[in-house]
Design a protein around this ligand. Structure first.
Ligand code: NDP
Length: 272
């Protein structure tokens, strides 16, 4: 019998994680037996937990909050998205140690492509300048949009990200009350949905046939879904990004890319 692939996601809190379910679906899709566990891990315990996983035959891991930056120090090599994001969400063990990857941004791009949302030459508006935005800017700018505008409650964080990524394309950062300019795509990347609301955004920021994509999913996506419906914009949730980043991690570990659409069909009914 083929031994199962030993994998884990570390974070704190972690009990809410959908990752064991998603990777279980991927394993069944591709006929690969996976033993993927969600393990609570405070920041200072990450080196020990990774050693335990390796000793138990583990070959890969995902990191979620608050470990994505801490994880950088555990990696002997980083892929380009991880270097740009200054964060890792996927680790793979080789003979010399852990290799670090960031599949969050590439996972978002994969999902936007699945949804038929054009990025090249698009004017992209991002609400929020936290860790998620830092993770997606590199892969988005690689698609050569016309421009990216980042709006954030704390204007200095938006401006800081714009400065950090300016060598990759046209990007600006402002406060939430900056004068509106028309954009084709809104990426909602604040955490406000978890409090049942979203930042007030004047309609002038989006063209009439704009697409709206909320990095939040489930209950946290509801405020954006209602707001977009009011203006007649089509809004999608970030569940596809979550599954997309997981599919790319699974491919890093196994060499095989599972179908995002098939996994989403199983999850969607429960969460959206
Ligand atoms: P951070 O905590 O790093 O950043 C939070 C962002 O939300 C900041 O820009 C912050 O602004 C803003 N914000 C928080 N409260 C308010 C408020 N009351 N009014 C206005 N703005 C506010 O979180 P992340 O960037 O890591 O995550 C953002 C969201 O994206 C989360 O909801 C997360 O669940 C989701 N996410 C989804 C993923 C997926 O796979 N679908 C992957 C990663 C994240 P300020 O800087 O002013 O504090």
């Amino acid at each position: 019998m083929t031994p199962s692939l030993r994998l884990a996601v570390f974070g704190d809190p972690i009990s809410h994680s959908l990752s064991p379910r998603i990777h279980g679906l991927f394993g069944r899709q591709l006929g690969i037996e996976v033993d993927y566990r969600a393990i609570r891990c405070p920041e200072d315990e990450l080196p020990a937990k990774l050693s335990e996983l390796a000793a138990a035959g583990g070959i890969g891991a995902n990191l979620t909050l608050p470990l994505k930056q801490t994880g950088l120090r555990q990696c002997r090599q980083l892929d380009r998205p991880a270097r740009l994001a200054r964060a890792v969400n996927t680790l793979k063990l080789d003979e010399q140690g852990w290799l670090g990857f960031n599949t969050d941004g590439p996972g978002l791009v994969l999902d936007l492509e699945r949804l038929g949302i054009a990025l090249t030459d698009a004017r992209i508006l991002i609400l929020g300048a936290g860790g998620a935005t830092a993770g997606i800017l590199g892969p988005l700018l690689a698609k050569k949009p016309a421009c990216i505008t980042v709006l954030n409650r704390t204007a200095a964080r938006a401006a800081g990200l714009a400065e950090r990524f300016a060598h990759l394309g046209a990007i600006a950062g402002h406060s939430l009350d900056a004068p509106a300019q028309a954009h084709d795509l809104l990426l909602q990347a604040t955490s406000l949905g978890h409090s049942g609301t979203m930042p007030a955004l004047p309609a002038g920021w989006l063209v009439p046939d704009a697409r709206v994509y909320d990095l939040n999913y489930g209950q946290a996506h509801r405020p954006v879904a209602h707001w977009a419906e009011r203006y007649g914009w089509k809004a999608d949730s970030g569940l596809g990004m979550l599954v997309g980043q997981a599919a790319l991690a699974f491919e890093i570990w196994t060499g095989q890319r599972p179908s995002v659409s098939a996994a989403l069909a199983s999850l969607d009914a429960d969460l959206n």
